[in-house]
Structure formats: C-alpha cells, structure tokens
Design a protein around this ligand. Structure first.
Ligand SMILES: NC(=O)c1ccc[n+]([C@@H]2O[C@H](COP(=O)([O-])OP(=O)(O)OC[C@H]3O[C@@H](n4cnc5c(N)ncnc54)[C@H](OP(=O)(O)O)[C@@H]3O)[C@@H](O)[C@H]2O)c1
Length: 241
C-alpha cells in the first residue's frame, strides 16, 4: 500500500488513539501526526504505537485545538516533517452535561471552542494544500448528539450540531476539488469521555468500542478517492441488551 500521511487530533486515548492504532497496524509505510493537550500522554501514545509498528514515522505534539497559535504550530511542524496531508481526522473533543441554567459562560464557551472552533482551525490549516493538490480526505467525529438534543446536552449538542453544519457546508465547497469530507456520528462509545458521574449516567447500558469507530474511519478513507461516504451513523445495535 502506498505511503499515507495521516493527522489525528485528540489521539492520546479513546477513539483518537484507536484510530491511530488502526492506522499503524494497516499501513507499513505511514507518516502519522497525533496531538493532545497533555504532552506526557501523547508521547506515551507514540511509544505504544511505535511498539506496534517500528517503521512508522510518528510526530506526537502537545496541541490544544482550540488555540489558533498552537494549531498553526502543529500544522507547520506536520508540513515540515511530512509534507502533504492525505487524511485529517478531527477527533479531539469533550463533553460536560448539565442543565442550561447551571452552565457558566466559560464552560459553555470552552466546549464550543474545542469541539467546533477546534475543528474549524485545524481544517483551515490543511485545506489550502489539499485544494492545491486537488486531493485529500477530512474525517470528523461528530456524534448522534449532532442530530438529537437531550436534557443536559445543550452545550455538547450545540457544538456537535455546529460540526455537522460546518462539515456539510465544507463538503459542498470542496467536492469539486476532489476533496472528501466525511462526518461520522457515533452513539455511546466506551471511553474515558464518560468518567464524570453526570456523563456516566447519560451513557447507555451497552456502548460501542473505540475500535468500532476506528474501523469506520479506516473504511471511509480506504474507499477510492472518487467515493465519499459523507455521513455515517453508528450506534449500539441493542443498547439495553
Ligand atoms: N465516547 C463517546 O460516547 C462518543 C460518542 C460520540 C462522539 N464522541 C466524540 O469522539 C471524540 C473522541 O472522544 P472519546 O470518547 O475518545 O473521548 P476521550 O477518551 O476523552 O478522548 C479525548 C481525546 O481528545 C483529547 N482532547 C480533548 N480536548 C482537546 C483539545 N482541546 N485539544 C486537543 N486534544 C484534546 C484528549 O486528550 P487531552 O485531554 O490530553 O487533551 C483525548 O486524547 C470527541 O469528539 C467526542 O465528542 C464520543
């Protein structure tokens, strides 16, 4: 298989890490760039990935996707190290769940800044070169919360509905440049996303595994460049089962 350059945000654990693991297992000749906010965690992820595929070139960087300067630095380092980006996986995100009247402005903004603005910032960094090459794939991890509101989910749903609107528009803007824009909408996935008590209570009995989402990401970008899956829902078959 030809050399691929793949960038994944929020890849120190959970879905992002599972996608990175899928990539290093599937591609002998891989250039992979991963980031998260905590340097020690992302470097540890890099070590684990290299143990799976010592031939992979892996760039692991601390980067908060909500911060324009950090995102630019990350994108510039990726470009200097690897050149072009074939696949961007917008995965970094988090949730906070409580009624609207209990949210502070700062909490509300922080969710939108990571989950929505972060997707915009990194996408904007990789787009010019993809447009120039008339090639590339942008995959974003939305959520079924991109399509359905629920009690306690106001800020998270607002961010994820926003992601869907952003990506539906981008899809129309760049499809004539042969760039694929794909959004995956998972239901509950068993990750550290649900560590706090409120989040835990929202999680359904049965959850998907992070590897299931990684398989979807891999499937989407492995289709021929002329095939764009555009939107994909994945949920537990029987959440009560
Ligand atoms: N778990 C679910 O049920 C579920 C369902 C649907 C969609 N999703 C979406 O899937 C994505 C991944 O979630 P997950 O379940 O894998 O959560 P997770 O296990 O908590 O992992 C989140 C990852 O994102 C990183 N991250 C968080 N904020 C960041 C920021 N501002 N900049 C850079 N990295 C950041 C975290 O590392 P640091 O904390 O070190 O930054 C971590 O690597 C999110 O977008 C989430 O909304 C999850």
């Amino acid at each position: 298989m030809e050399r691929k350059t793949i960038v994944i945000t929020g890849a120190s654990k959970g879905i992002g890490y599972a996608v990175a693991e899928k990539c290093v297992r599937e591609h002998k000749d891989l250039q992979l760039a991963i980031c998260s906010r905590h340097e020690a965690d992302i470097l540890k992820a890099k070590e684990k990935l290299l143990a799976l595929n010592p031939n992979a070139s892996i760039l692991a960087m601390k980067c908060d996707v909500s911060d324009r300067a950090q995102v630019s630095r990350f994108a510039q380092t990726v470009q200097a190290s690897f050149g072009v980006v074939d696949v961007l996986v917008n995965n970094a995100g988090f949730g906070m769940f409580k009624p609207v009247h209990e949210f502070s402005t700062q909490e509300f903004s922080s969710i939108l800044e990571t989950n929505l603005r972060g997707v915009f910032l990194i996408t904007q960094e990789v787009l010019p070169e993809m447009r120039k090459r008339r090639q590339g794939t942008i995959i974003t991890i939305g959520s079924l919360a991109s399509k359905n509101g629920f009690a306690g989910g106001s800020a998270y749903c607002a961010s994820k509905f926003g992601v869907r609107g952003l990506m539906q528009s981008l899809f129309l803007e760049v499809r004539e440049q042969n760039i694929r824009v794909i959004t995956i909408f998972p239901g509950s996935v068993d990750t550290e996303f649900f560590v706090d008590d409120t989040a835990q209570s929202i999680k359904s009995n049965k959850a998907l595994k992070a590897e299931n989402i990684a398989d979807c990401v891999y499937f989407c970008y492995s289709l021929p460049q002329y095939a764009d899956l555009s939107e994909l829902d994945i949920r537990p078959t029987n959440p009560k089962g």
